[in-house]
Design a protein around this ligand. Structure first.
Ligand code: DAT
Ligand code: MG
Length: 149
């Protein structure tokens, strides 16, 4: 089953949106398989955003991600990587569609509340960067037959 990495950023935690974010993914029908609240080290933040290291916003992005705790999660389900990106919305919350997390709760690109892996290969890389194997729980929700035919 497909898995994705999601991270509620420091602004999402500080704004008490952890429950709301988790509620949306639970209600959709995805399965939570990993969850932790952590204060991110600079090394981890730099590794996570390695692809953006030449961008002008890299330094402030790393400062932001390490400024206050984040909630790191792994979610499972058919097509969860692409679907989570849709639930999250476009990078700039001012142009994200209403109904998405960023569209409903954000007003600026540097405070866009949540990260979601952008492809299945990225998801695998990010999951192994943020979680050890024994921190992930494989389980079969009783709801499965009511979510999948
Ligand atoms: P996404 O988080 O939608 O995958 P991304 O990978 O392009 O977006 O960028 C990673 C994060 O970097 C993004 O969530 C917020 C920040 N960011 C991106 N573009 C930015 C910009 N032009 N100015 C400031 N921060 C930016
Ligand atoms: Mg990205």
């Amino acid at each position: 089953m497909e898995r994705t990495f999601l991270m509620i950023k420091p602004d999402g935690v500080q704004r008490n949106l952890v429950g709301e974010v988790i509620r949306r993914f639970e209600a959709k029908g995805f399965t939570l398989v990993g969850l932790k609240l952590i204060k991110v080290s600079r090394t981890l933040a730099e590794q996570h955003y390695d692809i953006h290291k030449e961008r002008p916003f890299f330094g402030s992005l790393v400062d932001f991600i390490t400024s206050s705790p984040v909630v790191a999660m792994v979610w499972e389900g058919d097509g969860v990587v692409a679907s989570a990106r849709k639930i999250i919305g476009a990078t700039n919350p001012l142009t994200s569609e209403p109904g998405t997390i960023r569209g409903d709760y954000g007003v600026s690109i540097g405070r866009n509340l949540i990260h979601g892996s952008d492809a299945t290969e990225t998801a695998q890389r990010e999951i192994s960067l943020w979680f050890t194997e024994d921190e992930l729980v494989s389980w079969e929700p009783n709801l499965t037959p009511w979510l999948y035919e």
